[in-house]
Design a protein around this ligand. Sequence first.
Ligand code: COA
Length: 380
Amino acid sequence: MAEVEYSKGLEGVVAGESVICQIDGQNGKLFYRGYNIDDLVKKSTYEETVYLLLFEQLPTAAELAEFTGNFRSGRHIVTPIQDMIRNFPPGGDPMELLQSVMSYLSGYVEHKIKHSATCNCRQTLHQVAQLATVIAAYQRFKEGKPYVVPRQDLSHGANFLYMLRGEEPLPYEAAIMDKCLVLHAEHGFNTSTFTARVVASSLSTCYSSISAAIGALRGPLHGGANEQVMDMLKEIGAVDNVDSWLDKTLAEKKKIMGMGHREYKVKDPRSYVMEGFLRELSEKKGDSRYLSILTKLEKSFRSRMDEKGKPLYPNVDYFSGSVYALLGIPQYLFSPIFALARCAGWLAHILEQRKDNRLFRPECLYTGPQPREYTALEKR
Ligand code: COA
């Protein structure tokens, strides 16, 4: 075998080309198809961002109206899927439910998977449109409440909160939820997106690719850090405990959740936006318990890490859990919400993979035994 370079976890390996997302880790900037995430959060909506990711450019007013109509009419989930959610074992993980539903949905469409141009996923938009409904239905059934039929006059964020609560959210809550989805819609060749592309490279369906991506996102090293930040906040309890808690935790060589990022060498641009949402929600709801602890913890952590010459900054997960908590969303739905937002990015990558496909098939460095004689059973 020719000499090949080995990089554990593919760190530093360029595994593909993409025109979807640019991460400038040195300057803390993030762009979807060339548009700065700050502009998209301020000026766009989740639905327009989905269009941008899937169709490679911002829509005209007519294109957006047609797309939005299509997208919103695809939100409803059919009775067999509602039943599947209702019958999901109470102790089961909602991310695994999402994986199963995604595979099941595949049975409802005709697949044209040869090339992105012929893929009907762009038209049906089931995966992106229906994950929100699945998550809301899961929560409703868990609380013994009935399914809420999605509304077609609400944005994706507003409709999600409406389906969860059974009543319309306040306009500022709806806007924050929708912008959180924009912020999480895409992030380059992360583990789940790479998984989606690997599955797509065998010319499997979008549904199988996304189901696998959800599985990858489920792990605590990828999605789920914001849930751990909430556990950390509960453990700290009050702002006066921050310094003693931090000293003890660092002395035990434990990591502070929501801090640090492989790509960003400065503060994650998404964390600035999330922090703003947390400030707004804390003020409007008159509840600053999360904000006060997180602000003090960031200051103390950063000064300790600066002293050690190891600057570390908040990532998107540092503030996002508290934002969701103040929107009344239970902690176990944080990762599913990440999936519902990121589904747009996964689909964009699947379509891009198909445009110029080559099957992913890396090599591995064999370190096992050399060829040896088979020992008969009675002689072992
Ligand atoms: N708290 C304390 N120390 C941290 C830290 C954190 N959150 N993140 C990194 N460090 C330290 C490491 O202990 C390591 O120190 P060392 O050089 O003395 O061994 C150094 O910084 C480099 O860390 P490393 O884990 O190698 O960096 P990475 O680039 O591989 O990891 C993360 C990036 C995100 C995995 C890591 O920062 C982390 O685990 N953060 C917490 C979990 C999290 O928030 N994940 C969500 C990411 S969006």
